[in-house]
Design a protein around this ligand. Structure first.
Ligand SMILES: [Zn+2]
Ligand SMILES: [Zn+2]
Length: 395
């Protein structure tokens, strides 16, 4: 492992930032104190600071030398609506909210990189440090792009990372192509005809629709997708009925669809709508489908994945870099930035062994042992990509 001495020296201070942010979690688009904390630190490091993008987003600008090349590094600021049970001394002071996804660690590592690069200045060009709100559910990354992130701060490529508790500290994984899935949600409302449960012939039973639909929706992946294409259809909610002896009028089903490719996403949506309409017709009921595409797939570009792997290899060594991990169907709103710009998203190992609580678990706490590695990765990536005197500068 090649960790710069200046980063190792900064770690004790970074831990205090991380613990402060962890103790004061804020959720989507309400990260005002976290945002102010970040902006103050960036100003103190000497960066040019822009606030207010996507409400609580912050962009720090660091220029060095005469190069016109620029890259962006992105972290996320938000916490989750979970009641913390970790028992750590820096646990959340806000009931019902906690940093259960490690965004406190992501923010700290990007601040650490800003502090280090502002001091060492071993690069030529511009680095944009992007701190986005509302990664969880609300698409803060999308809002930043819509509000002109890449117009106001033109950059060649954008890079992101997420801590990964299933991988040990010291490991890094990424690959070209999709790394995380697209996130769609659906809601099916079926209206039958309520009746006495002892006289079902007088009604039209929407429960029967639900039973058939839940089974039939599983045939989409099993029977409509190419066997080597990936897709997930999960019905996660069934709402209907109030008592034992009444056939309800209405049943609501909700769930999620995950895919890596747009054509697969299109196919699943089309089949879902056809199956719902078909079963409703079969049972002489009406059904409506609300289908919403929330986050696209997180797709790394080939060139930038190579750059990310090179930086990771320089920090943790080739033996600890997995250049071909199995992608996950979880989703990530950095995907919106990758739709607009070439770039790469990596998984940074943060596990403490097999018992490490997973992301979004109430016992989860970001592993401070990963701070120096994530920070070194950022610093190395900048020093490699914006190397003084590089040929790229002339382009
Ligand atoms: Zn999360
Ligand atoms: Zn997260």
């Amino acid at each position: 492992m090649k960790l710069a001495a200046e980063i190792a020296a900064l770690v004790p201070e970074m831990k205090t930032w991380r613990h402060y942010i962890h103790a004061h979690p804020e959720t989507a688009f309400e990260e005002t104190a976290t945002s102010a904390f970040v902006a103050d630190k960036l100003r103190a490091f000497g960066l040019d600071v822009h606030t207010g993008l996507a409400k609580t987003g912050v962009v720090g600008v660091l220029r060095c030398g005469s190069g016109s090349d620029a890259i962006g590094l992105r972290a996320d600021l938000d916490a989750l609506h979970i009641h913390e049970k970790s028992g750590v001394t820096h646990a959340s002071k806000t009931a019902g909210k906690m940093h259960a996804c490690g965004h406190d660690g992501h923010t700290t590592m990007l601040l650490g990189a800003a502090a280090t690069l502002a001091r060492s200045k071993r690069f030529d060009g511009t680095v944009y440090f992007i701190f986005q709100p509302a990664e969880e559910n609300e698409g803060g990354g999308r809002v930043m792009v819509e509000e002109g992130l890449f117009d106001r701060f033109p950059m060649r490529a954008v890079y992101g990372m997420h801590n990964w508790p299933r991988m040990p500290v010291g490991a890094i994984a990424t690959k070209p192509g999709p790394l995380m899935g697209a996130y769609d949600i659906f809601e099916i409302v079926v209206t039958g005809k309520g009746a006495h449960a002892a006289m079902p012939y007088q009604g039209k039973d929407p429960m029967l629709f639900a039973a058939h639909a839940i089974s039939a929706l599983q045939t989409i992946v099993a029977r409509n997708l190419h066997p080597l294409d990936a897709g997930v259809v999960s019905v996660t909610q069934v709402h209907g009925g109030d008592t034992w002896n009444v056939i309800p009028q209405e049943v609501v089903l909700r769930g999620t669809v995950r895919t890596f490719r747009r054509d697969v996403q299109d196919l699943i949506e089309q089949r879902l709508r056809t199956i719902v309409a078909g079963i409703a017709a079969m049972f002489e009921m009406s059904a409506t489908v609300r289908y919403e595409r929330r986050y696209p797939a997180t797709v790394n570009s080939a060139e930038e994945a190579k750059h990310a792997i090179a930086a990771a290899t320089a920090v943790v060594g080739a033996a600890n870099v997995d250049p071909d991990p199995v992608p996950e169907m979880g989703s990530e709103d950095f995907a919106f930035m990758l739709e607009a710009k070439p770039g790469c998203y990596i998984w940074l190992g943060s596990g403490r062994g097999p018992e490490t609580p997973g992301l979004h678990n109430p016992h989860y706490d970001f592993n401070d042992d990963a701070l120096a590695i994530g920070t070194s990765y950022w610093v190395t990536l900048v020093e490699q990509q914006l190397a003084a005197g590089s040929a790229r500068r002339a382009a």
